[in-house]
Design a protein around this ligand. Structure first.
Ligand code: NAI
Ligand code: MG
Length: 492
């Protein structure tokens, strides 16, 4: 490994650590071919943390050639051996969790404790796929006495993952875990807003013993590096998480290039239904706790809350009190429960939505302002009685702005909840088990939470209905996205 491309940073915890700035191609951290770098910023104070090498088309091609070469050998590596490597990688993540988490907080703005949680959770995802690596089975079929048929679930070969900035560690491991379990080699492009921890994971993958070129990491921008991956004729599969606009672009690009398989996870406008028989304290605390979690930048955020009219005042009061108790500040500080928005672009976009909300006739119940200072901090904001067709009720905001509306009947609220082009998640708060099951089957979303929210685990598939995505991540189902079926038919 070349260490000349590392810079030393002092973390707010006082710890000094070195950060990779190169691209991880063919087992080496290297400079980009054109030598270009870009700054990555600490959203808590707007200061540049480091200048990172920026991948462009030529670097993407280098990575693809290295991946192709690596796959020639990698395709013969046993599932058990792939599992061993993933397992070792997971152990290294756990062992280095404090440093990974501190850098994540510095670059992304997540509270330090939450970064630590997601470091270990991401290691668990790798470990889950380590266990599945040697459990990939086909079927046998005897269709007549003359033929013996069997299926093999084979890798795609050279694959790529393009990931966003809201959960950089989870997104990285949710792509790499099943890709490797399925026998592929993979190139990960991190978000230009949060490139740092992806580079650390690349270094740990190398340390775990993955051969050169099997896992590669590129930092860079969407229209250049991302687009070059989507266009590349020698990449067979791409998995993307991010905005609908970019997801469509990747699908179009795939259609125009080599019809690479595309899986997409594209966010949502997820409805939470709070019925009059719900435990209102639980509903208010769970929804406020999870909505503002991760500085309110979560694809499955319960951004549309519908509460039954008879309990609307009581719920809104409890929910607003819980939101008001949130302490905004440095993500490293004790007692802080909400940190900054990831960068100035997102910050300004969220503020625009708040303005739109004020103009479109919703009632501003709480917050609605930016917080003065150098970082990108916004008050926890609550609107009630929001027009159903308004911008803040229909578009994904990705910031601390939630809408609370009322409903009268189950039928009516189910229809309103489903009246969206999105379908990532939804939830029901009720003590009536029959209603919970009935409403869960009527809601159009890939994940339904009952009397809880945001619980995502490696074992359970995750993905979107409607325009929230194509395909599934996590669970055994994700392996279907990273393998293709070959039928072998033998004459007897
Ligand atoms: P984005 O979709 O532009 O970025 C996500 C990833 O795609 C990044 O790695 C980016 O570099 C890459 N990318 C951008 N353009 C590309 C292209 N033409 N070809 C290939 N890759 C490309 O999202 P962005 O700009 O960071 O955030 C905008 C909005 O997207 C947010 O406000 C939010 O609504 C939504 N979003 C949804 C996420 C989710 O979890 N579903 C995560 C992040 C953002
Ligand atoms: Mg950053």
């Amino acid at each position: 490994m070349t260490f000349e491309d590392q810079v030393e940073v002092t973390l707010p915890t006082g710890e000094k650590t070195k950060i990779h700035t190169g691209l991880l191609i063919n087992g080496q951290f290297v400079k980009s071919k054109n030598g270009k770098k870009f700054p990555t910023v600490n959203p808590a104070n707007g200061q540049v943390i480091a200048e990172i090498y920026e991948a462009d088309k030529a670097d993407v091609d280098d990575a693809v050639q290295a991946a192709k070469a690596a796959y020639k050998t990698w395709r013969h590596v046993d599932g058990a051996e792939r599992g061993k490597l993933l397992s070792k990688f997971a152990d290294l993540m756990d062992a280095n969790a404090k440093t990974i988490a501190a850098i994540e907080t510095l670059d992304q703005g997540k509270l330090y404790g939450i970064s630590l949680f997601h470091t270990h959770a991401s290691a668990s995802t790798l470990r889950y796929y380590a266990g599945l690596s040697d459990k990939i089975h086909g079927k046998t079929m005897m269709d007549t006495n003359k033929f013996f048929n069997y299926t093999r679930h084979e890798p795609y070969g050279v694959t790529a993952g393009i990931i966003p900035w809201n959960y950089p560690l989870d997104m990285w491991t949710m792509k790499v875990g099943p890709a490797i379990a399925g026998g592929n080699v993979i190139i990960i492009k991190t978000s230009e807003k949060t490139p740092l921890t992806g580079l650390i994971l690349g270094a740990l993958a190398k340390e775990a013993g993955f051969p050169d070129g099997v896992i590669q990491v590129l930092s860079g921008f969407g229209p250049t590096c991302g687009q070059a991956l989507a266009e590349h004729p020698e990449i067979s599969k791409i998995a993307f998480t991010g905005s609908g606009r970019t997801g469509r672009r990747i699908l179009e690009t795939s259609a125009k290039s080599n019809l690479k398989k595309v899986s997409l996870e594209l966010g949502g406008k997820s409805p939470a239904l709070v019925f009059e028989d719900a435990d209102l304290d639980l509903a208010a605390n769970v929804l406020a706790g999870t909505f503002y979690y991760n500085n309110a930048q979560t694809c499955v955020a319960s951004s549309r809350i519908y509460v039954q009219k008879s309990v609307a005042d009581a719920f809104t009061q409890k929910f607003t009190a819980a939101a008001q108790a949130i302490k905004v500040g440095s993500p490293f500080a004790e007692g802080v429960t909400q940190g900054p928005i990831v960068d100035d672009l997102q910050f300004n976009q969220v503020l625009k939505y708040i303005d739109a909300g004020k103009q479109e006739g919703g009632k501003l119940v709480l917050g609605g302002n930016k917080i003065a200072g150098d970082g990108y901090f916004i008050e926890p904001t609550v609107f009630s009685n929001v027009p159903e067709t308004s911008k803040i009720m229909t578009e994904e905001i990705f910031g601390p702005v939630v809408c609370v509306n009322t409903f009268e009947t189950e039928e009516e609220v189910t229809e309103r909840a489903n009246n969206t082009t999105y379908g990532l998640a939804a939830g029901v708060f009720t003590k009536d088990l029959n209603r919970a099951v009935r409403v869960s089957s009527n809601l159009e979303a890939g994940t339904i939470w009952v009397n809880q929210w945001l619980n995502i685990t490696p074992q359970v598939p995750f993905g979107g209905y409607k325009e929230s995505g194509i395909g599934r991540e996590l669970g055994e189902d994700a392996l279907k996205e990273w393998t293709q079926i070959k039928s072998v038919k033998i004459a007897m």
